[in-house]
Design a protein around this ligand. Sequence first.
Ligand code: SF4
Length: 364
Amino acid sequence: MDMIDPWGSSIIDYEKLTEQFGIKAFKDVLEDIPDASKLMTRGIIFGQRDYKRIADSLKNNKEFATMTGMMPSGRMHIGHKMVVDQLKWYQKKGSDIYLSIADMEAYAARGISKEESRELALTEYIENYIALGLDVTKDNFHLYLQSENEEVKNLAYLIGKKVTFSQMRSIYGFDNSTNVAHIYTPLLQVADILHPQLEKYGGPKPVIVPVGPDQDPHIRLTRDLAAKFNDEYGFIEPSATFHRFMTGLTGEKMSSSKPKTAIYLTDSIKDATKKVKSAKTGGRDSLKEQKELGGQPDQCSIYELLVYHLVEDDEKLENVRQKCLSGEILCGNCKQCAVELLTDMFEDLDSKREEAHEIAKDLL
Ligand code: SF4
């Protein structure tokens, strides 16, 4: 069986992933979700574990929590916006939002100090989260540094009692050269996910964890440990959704550490425009061929930008798709349209960032 590495993999074979690791198709629960989001209806969220529980909470206005975390490293790119869109959606549905800044993991896995993590999380990520519309001033929003959350650290220690090194090795591929702090960090992630169910936070409740598929090892370990500690804490096994990664502008996975693949949220409009204009598309080799054969939107990073972030209206999107397939529009026009939409988004973000900075600086 293949192994998923949460610290470095770039998995894109979603079908194989669902087959091998037992992730269920998200479309199976779609009709149970009131007012499903675009990320859901467009298949960007492709997989789930135990989502029925969350759908039931959504339908019947029952309490549930949303939990996610970030390991601050590098700049925030447009692919990261997907998590914010999901948090916003759940926040609007009345869910408590828990957001962990994994500074202990950043230290153990990447050697980033706590101060660097805090600074990077607030200035690069949280400011953008706020500018993108997440309401961090609400009582139901909980932001913390792992290293400063006593409940999380204590819980991580306690649940460690029921995991062996051999299990950790088989899940994560740790070997004799892995430092012990790193071996411990998955337990912190498990505790992050489970702690909203502690008495202090209102006791057991369904929890949804929206993540990329590279985080599934943490989800599986968490669900396993939740079941083992059910008698003691009443933990309900947390649910998860899995979203696709954005293809980078060069055709490989979008990555913070590869500037040519990514549009950063703090890029100038000039730089972002340049990146869009030179992005890899699903266009044909010549104009003549494109007019005859049509383009290939499913292999196009520009079309992906429209689907994931820039076009809200499904009809408009379908229109672009059909025109691309029939060869009626050419990549140059399409890129120009993406630039205009992206410019609107970036101008809006820029206008909100100053206020976002003022709010973010007092959060931790
Ligand atoms: Fe992509 Fe647009 Fe070109 Fe089609 S016409 S391949 S959607 S850039």
